[in-house]
Write a protein that binds this ligand. Structure first.
Ligand SMILES: [Zn+2]
Length: 546
């Protein structure tokens, strides 16, 4: 492995309180070191900005939903071929790129670690196969646990078995963390086309409520000390008035660590069925009093998107709005899935309001460590739009120009016209795109440039046009090797799979086996992923509770 000394750059490493100081960064054997030695290659970064590699805490890049979206939208990718070269494989780009193209394009943006945020455990083989096939980036995935009939049984019975079962499921799949999507609501949709509307609605046939699912699974993740706490896509996504449900969910999880996904989609006032308005300030106020909670924004970007969610009833609603083609795809026992291609229009009241609420979450929040950057790729827009989003946060004049193009009735109902002067600093961008996500994921080797960190580094030209700056890093280094130079991929890397391990009572198998036998078409014995080509190599992050 090579040794590299990056000299003379302005280093933004907020996890280590380094804010734009000119200093060298040394890399050797894949890690940040104090001195790279006399033979190290020198990278002259004078006039440039040096940050840790980007960490995306919430995106959809692998598994059955992503693959179904690819199949559903060939016309959307037809014009974006990625050609084979000596070092690269071919693929297609667009909103839902093929596996190789996903890795290449994240790397070209300076991202080095990405979370696949919604994997059905039953589809872990598929998820792992696609993640193994996604080069350049380190990756991890969260397993869907909010609508699992076997877990529902254990929750109804009470006791400690939920905790053991969650740890068993992580072990069986290679997953990194636990995700709840519309707890209880997807099961109801699968049964009858219905949904749950409050945390106290009963999940038909199971004698439990969404609140009990939140408490049991959120509590299990907390007690196990998982490196990443429960990751919550709350009930009533997209529904006017859902901010009350979101606050109720936050209160239900009180005292436990939790991460709220794409908070923008859960920040609406108004009455169900009526016109939404913004309640971003209320959610931010709650967050500021509760440092145990974090969120990513799920910013909407005007233009085409592909909505892709385990939240089947949301997809059914979107299908009714657009009337275009869609996919609904249940996973037995565990979860659902819907996919609807979608376009966010600046002239639309609702879309402009969503766009404005996302910006409010970024700009009105006091603590950038708590509210992180995402577009819920590809739901609010592609990850390729992150540079434009960064410009909206850093460049007030640009933002006001864009505000002027959006539906004014919606924008007037946000705080964005109240002389909102805030412009993110480079350090704040480094927090919301790498330092905070890495810390929240419990990835101690990532998101910073201290001694011993992974040698994942992005070097940008310090350009006035922040969109251009963040779209084309001068260098990207992965594991201590230069993988991107001047917008071109220089070498292909496999990237690591990250998984977690938490201790559990092996006796839980005796409880799970008959419940599996009653419900799954897959036998309990064949359910866990054992294929070494899928499981290994992996870097395991131990849970604190084990
Ligand atoms: Zn998502």
């Amino acid at each position: 492995m090579s040794a590299i000394r990056i000299t003379g750059g302005a280093v933004h490493d907020p996890a280590n309180d380094v804010n734009g100081e000119i200093r060298d960064v040394c890399l050797r054997d894949g890690k940040v070191v104090a001195d790279a030695g006399p033979d190290a290659r020198r990278i002259d970064a004078r006039g440039m900005v040096v940050m840790p590699g980007g960490v995306d805490i919430h995106a959809h890049i692998a598994g059955p939903a992503v693959n179904a979206a690819r199949k559903l939208t060939p016309e959307e990718r037809r014009g974006h071929p990625v050609d084979r070269t000596e070092i690269l494989r071919s693929g297609t780009g667009g909103l839902v790129p093929s596996t190789f193209a996903t890795g290449y394009r994240y790397s070209l943006l300076g991202y080095t670690t990405v979370v696949e945020a919604a994997a059905p455990p039953l589809a872990a083989r598929h998820v792992l196969a696609e993640l193994r096939d996604t080069p350049m980036i380190d990756k991890l995935f969260l397993i869907l646990m909010g609508n699992n009939q076997v877990l529902f049984e254990l929750i109804r019975q009470g006791g400690d078995r939920v905790r053991d079962a969650v740890a068993w499921w992580l072990e069986a799949t290679g997953g990194y963390g636990v995700k709840l999507v519309n707890p209880g609501g997807i099961e109801r949709f699968k049964q009858s086309g219905g949904n749950v509307h409050s945390l106290d609605d009963e999940v038909t046939g199971f004698g439990i409520t969404p609140r009990q699912v939140l408490e049991a699974v959120g509590g299990a993740a907390h007690e196990l000390g998982l490196p990443h706490p429960v990751h919550v896509h709350a009930n009533n996504l997209g529904v006017a008035g859902n901010a009350d449900t979101t606050l109720d969910t936050m209160r239900t999880l009180a005292g436990r660590q939790a991460h709220f996904a794409h908070l923008q989609f859960h920040a609406y006032g108004g009455r169900p069925g009526g016109q939404p308005r913004s309640r971003a300030p209320d959610l931010l106020e709650y967050l500021s009093d509760h440092p145990e909670l974090t969120a990513d924004v799920g910013q909407v970007m005007f233009g085409p998107a592909v909505t892709m969610t385990a939240d089947g009833p949301v997809s059914a609603t979107l299908r009714d709005l657009g009337g275009d083609k869609w996919v609904n795809n249940d996973t037995e026992v565990e979860t659902g899935c819907g996919i609807v291609p979608y376009t966010y229009r600046a002239g639309s009241y609702v879309h402009a309001l969503q766009w404005g609420i996302g910006l409010e979450l970024f700009l009105l929040g006091r603590d950038p460590w708590q509210v992180m950057l995402s577009t819920d790729h590809p739901n609010g827009g592609s990850f390729l739009s992150y540079p434009k989003l960064i410009r909206l946060l850093m460049d007030r004049a640009y933002r006001e120009d864009q505000l002027g193009r959006a539906n004014q009735r919606a924008i007037r109902r946000t705080a964005l016209l109240d002389g909102l002067e805030r412009e993110y600093t480079l350090n704040e961008i480094a927090i919301i795109t790498r330092a905070a996500p890495a810390r929240r994921l419990g990835l101690r080797d990532k998101g910073h440039l201290g001694i011993g960190a992974d040698a994942d580094v992005t070097i940008y030209h310090d350009r006035a046009d922040r969109e251009e700056m963040f779209a084309t890093p001068r260098y990207v280094l992965k594991g201590g090797e230069v993988v991107v130079e001047d917008g071109e991929l220089r070498r292909s890397e496999d990237g690591l799979l990250l998984s977690t391990r938490a201790g559990f009572d092996p006796d839980v198998s005796r409880v799970l086996e008959p419940l599996f036998g009653d419900r799954y078409t897959v036998s309990f014995e064949h359910y866990p992923v054992r294929d070494p080509s899928l499981r290994e190599p992996t870097r395991v992050v131990e849970a604190r509770g084990s």
